[in-house]
Design a protein around this ligand. Structure first.
Ligand code: ATR
Length: 515
């Protein structure tokens, strides 16, 4: 099974030992990045395997390969030789592995490593892109029997990841480490086992140390959120596709449920560039179902064989899953029902008849919200920074519209039973202001903000302080995710598990959301 290797980039041996002790439960082995150590600390690197108590990879990464070492090859050879010197009869006191780049020629060093049972990782890094013929590369790199070939490439597209996956499957019996560096390769790290990789590297991103390479995941996140050690060849894979993939509650939601159910499933983020390449990858990895976010909700439609009624009527799909035979994709859209049930439950109503509502924003989300409000018999005013976009949506349903200015705010006096905020304003890391700052709450309005990170936007906080009943978007996303789960598994989530999801919300999701 793929191992979780904690990459140690501390400046001192003690700092690295402390990190290892803190995260030992998650790591199967460690990589000592000698290039990150202070110069005088490097003198004592030979002691590290004994201090570590787990198998350790000895690595002195050059700057040209993405590391920090720039003192020349002579000095590097000396450090590596120092690491392998004084081999102990008890192999736990020696480095278990040594990382040697493919262009680094030191036969005596390699001989010493082999003699004392230190396995050679023969590595190659491409920091700028990927390698055309990866299969040929993997084949050509291995020199002696038990060497592990490591190829780390910088992927810029789903196609690059697919190429690596395909190359991997031609070397099933060979121990190899295959890494897709960068944002688009993140899932290859989580699914290292399925990519045929001997190990995955992780970092301690929450501490004050540098990550070992671009895209490395946090050791704890990998273990606690994705349950990395439980992922086997049989694990059923689900996930979310999008680009960019914003911080999403879905991985936490699904993986928590899977854990509570003791199900052999994992839910993974798939930031993708191309739907065709993703579907090829989905076949190779036998992905069972995915949630879909922007910009693929429409582009995915030609690949969906059977569309639910809602997908047919609105032309957007947020869930795809395999049919029972596994030879076609089915599509559904759970965004709408998630929003509607959340809103009605919040209001304690069955419909929106005689309710006057203001919708803030006129983007994609607002369009869906307006359609649902119309369906439930509500009357609405749509206010947006760009007024013609509000007019465009409102005119379809005989709603009113305006800007986020004094004129628009005045119209709100007749549309303030319920206020629904659909823009991205107030979202963490976006624009943390208040889109409706000109409006004064009376305290009688019911206010819903579809944002859930942060739990309370400045807008929602102001509404609550004025005495309004408020709700953020957390309940809505959980409801739509429950519907996705029902699509994926053809059953409901047990109520006890769901109540745990709601009660864990503050501790579980918030902790992950805040990193
Ligand atoms: P989504 O699919 O999430 O609705 P979108 O279609 O890009 O995303 O729409 C974003 C909404 O947020 C729009 O209503 C946008 O207003 P404009 O149509 O005027 O662009 C609104 N929005 C984004 N940033 C905003 C800001 N700083 N102030 C006010 N409205 C903003």
């Amino acid at each position: 099974m793929a191992k979780n290797c904690l990459c140690l980039t501390g400046k001192t041996l003690k700092q690295n030992v402390d990190l290892l002790n803190k995260y030992r439960n998650f790591a199967d082995l460690a990589e000592l990045r000698v290039d990150c150590l202070d110069a005088d600390e490097r003198l004592y690197l030979r002691r590290f395997p004994e201090l570590a108590g787990v198998p350790v990879i000895l690595t002195v990464r050059r700057d040209v390969d993405g590391g920090y070492f720039n003192n020349g090859e002579g000095a590097r050879l000396k450090l590596l030789a120092n690491g392998l010197a004084y081999a102990n009869a008890d192999s736990r006191f020696n480095f278990a592995y040594v990382d040697i780049e493919e262009d680094f020629n030191a036969p005596s060093l390699e001989e010493a490593a082999r003699t004392f049972g230190t396995r050679i990782i023969r590595s190659c890094h491409d920091l700028k892109g990927t390698i055309d013929d990866l299969s040929a590369k993997i084949k050509s790199m291995k020199r002696a029997g038990d060497e592990i070939v490591k190829v780390a490439v910088s992927v810029k597209s789903t196609h690059d990841v697919l190429n690596l996956f395909r190359a991997s499957s031609t070397f099933i019996k060979q121990d190899k480490i295959l890494i897709c560096m960068g944002h688009y390769g993140i899932y290859s790290r989580i699914l290292a086992e399925r990519f045929g990789s001997f190990l995955t590297y992780s970092s301690v991103l929450s501490e004050n140390v540098i990550p070992g390479a671009p895209g490395q995941m946090d050791v704890r996140e990998l273990s606690e959120l994705y349950h990395f050690k439980k992922i086997t060849k049989d694990t059923k894979i689900y996930g979310v596709i999008g680009n960019p993939l914003k911080s999403s509650v879905s991985p936490w939601f699904f993986n928590t449920i899977f854990n509570l159910e003791n199900a052999d499933c994992v839910y993974v983020p798939f930031p993708i560039t191309d739907i065709n390449d993703f579907l090829d990858l989905a076949d190779g990895l036998e992905i069972q179902g995915v949630s879909i976010t922007v910009p693929f909700k429409e582009t995915v439609l030609p690949y969906i064989e059977e569309k639910s009624a809602i997908v047919q009527s609105i032309g957007a799909c947020n869930t795809m899953y395999r049919n029972r035979r596994g030879d076609a994709w089915y599509g559904d859209n759970t965004d709408y029902a998630g929003f509607t049930t959340s809103l009605l439950n919040f209001l304690g109503r069955k419909d929106l008849k005689r309710r006057k509502i203001t919708i803030v924003g006129a983007g994609g989300v607002s369009r869906a919200v307006a359609a649902e409000i119309h369906k439930m018999g509500g009357k609405a005013l749509i206010l947006n920074r760009t007024v013609h976009k509000a007019a465009n949506i409102a005119s379809r349903y005989n709603f009113r519209w305006g800007g986020l200015d004094n004129q628009g705010i005045q119209l709100m006096s007749k549309y303030n039973d319920i206020i629904i905020q659909t823009t991205s304003v107030g979202m963490e890391g976006y624009d943390e202001s208040d889109p409706l700052e000109l409006y004064e709450f009376s305290g009688k309005e019911s206010v819903m903000d579809l944002i859930y990170t942060p739990a309370q936007t400045p807008f929602l906080k102001r509404a609550e302080s004025a005495g309004c009943k408020t709700l953020n978007g957390y309940d809505m996303v959980i409801r739509q995710a429950c519907l996705q789960y029902a699509n994926f598994f053809d059953r409901e989530i047990p109520k006890t598990h769901l109540s745990q999801i709601y009660s864990l919300g503050a501790n579980g999701w918030d902790r992950i959301a805040s990193g």
